[in-house]
Ligand binder design. Structure first.
Ligand code: S3P
Length: 435
């Protein structure tokens, strides 16, 4: 129950952010079914990705760690995973469990997936329902809609499935199951959910084809080639620094080597349309992903609207976007974001409740929120509710609030951003951590 005590002040300097969480999860899981050793440089080592690493090892895959932090995943091929001897603990990680359900449904063994009390509340029917249409045998609480889940590997067949809401986790689970299924699996996505899976599996030689909103997957004719990648910085972690850089007068920061995949950088588009200038330099490719250095300083913003297809491209950034909106002139409205209600917490409710404690003028909508700005925030005791992204969004609010802000239960930041306090501290933030 660590508390983070934040005083206002600017951020100045150069930094990197931890590696991309979505890409690290995938590199571990995909590397495990490749033929040979995958080299993953700069993987994210966080609560969530360590859960995936533990599962991969429990499936009989050797993973070596070098002193430089690089991981060597000794892939066992598409049919080489072993039946785990114990329950697979996904801890707090929604991506781990949802990807695994698809990954394990077509294996020829039995497995059980479990997780923390937080994860046990999150909906799994969105993955288990379409997988059952493919012939998967999955049992679990609430008819297989909640963890723990028991998967009896079975013979799958392809289906055409239109996702009710855009979700990269569900898309990935179905594409992975498609690698083990008879016939073609067609996923139809209603919006541009992150496409790391398509990029990575294609680079490994898997028969994954994307055409607009249609993505297909089928049984590979050849073994999957191992990966050899350097994971770029996580845009979703950079978002907290970007927000602080723009909001706190006197700030001037450069965040190096950040992934700026178009399906991830909706926050950049929102900031630019609200008047901010964000410089993107040093464009290059890392792990098949567009990557660059982001340079920001303080800007005055005007309110804006975020809705429709843009939502999925900034879904994890919406709590910190609410903080940004408190400093924009006029109203900022977020709609079509009901998905926020089934993240680590109900992020509409928790964001609105906590920002109000700091003086924000924010109203809850069924599928988003409206912020009337700008408002002067004032320090207060706020809670992360055990949600890493809320903890960090509130810390950013603390950098602009008058007086001292205490973010309770802030240790969860390490689910995705292990050195969050140290990174802010090095950029000049005034922070203290108390047990
Ligand atoms: C993720 C997909 C998103 C995102 C999550 C990571 C992924 O979830 O919110 O943090 O790596 O595939 P949904 O697929 O539920 O939108």
């Amino acid at each position: 129950m660590t508390n983070l005590i934040v005083s206002p002040g600017p951020l100045i300097g150069h930094t990197t952010v931890p590696a991309d969480k979505s890409i690290t999860h995938r590199a571990l899981l995909f590397g495990a079914i490749a033929d040979g050793a995958s080299r993953i440089r700069n993987p994210l080592r966080s609560g969530d990705t360590n859960a995936t690493l533990g599962v991969v090892r429990a499936l009989g895959v050797a993973v070596q760690e070098s002193e430089s932090g690089e991981l060597l995943v000794h892939g066992r091929g598409l049919h080489g995973l072993q039946e785990p001897e114990t329950v697979l603990d996904c801890v707090n990680s929604g991506t781990t469990v949802r990807l695994l359900i698809g990954y394990l449904a077509g294996q020829d063994f039995f497995s059980v997936l479990a997780g923390s009390p937080q994860l046990r509340k999150r909906p799994m029917g969105r993955v288990t329902d379409p997988l059952r249409q493919m012939g998967a045998h999955i049992d679990g609480r609430d008819s297989g809609k909640l963890l723990p889940l028991a998967i009896t590997g079975s013979r799958l067949h392809g289906v055409d499935y239109e996702l009710p809401v855009p979700s990269a986790q569900v898309k990935t689970a179905l594409l992975l199951a498609g690698l083990y299924a008879d016939g073609l699996t067609v996923v139809i996505e209603p919006g541009p959910a992150r496409d790391h899976t398509e990029r990575m599996l294609t680079s490994m030689g898997a028969p994954i084809v994307s055409k607009g909103k249609y993505i297909t997957s089928e049984r590979p004719q050849r073994p999957l080639a191992p990966l050899d990648i350097t994971v770029p910085g996580d845009f979703s972690s950079a978002a907290f620094l970007l927000a602080a850089g723009i909001l706190v007068p006197g700030s001037d920061i450069t965040i190096q080597s950040v992934g700026v995949n178009p399906t991830r950088r909706g926050l950049l588009d929102a900031l630019i349309s609200m008047g901010a200038e964000v410089q993107l330099d040093n464009w290059r490719e890392m792990a098949g992903e567009p990557t660059g250095d982001l340079h920001v300083r303080h800007w005055e913003l005007t309110g804006g609207a975020v809705q429709g297809d843009q939502i999925v491209t900034m879904i994890d950034e919406l709590p910190v976007f609410a903080v940004i909106a408190t400093q924009a002139r006029g109203d900022t409205i977020v709609r079509d974001a009901a998905e926020l209600r089934v993240k680590e917490t109900d992020r509409i409710a928790t964001t609105v409740t906590e920002l109000r404690k700091l003086g924000a003028d924010i109203e809850e909508l069924p599928d988003g929120f409206v912020v009337h700005g700008p408002t002067k925030l004032h320090g207060a005791h706020v809670s992360s509710h055990g949600d890493h992204r809320l903890a960090m969004a509130l810390a950013v609010a603390g950098l602009i609030a008058e007086g001292v802000t205490t973010v309770e239960d802030a240790a969860c930041a390490s689910d995705s951003f292990p050195d969050f306090e140290e990174t802010l501290h090095k950029l000049g933030a005034k922070l203290d951590v108390t047990p």
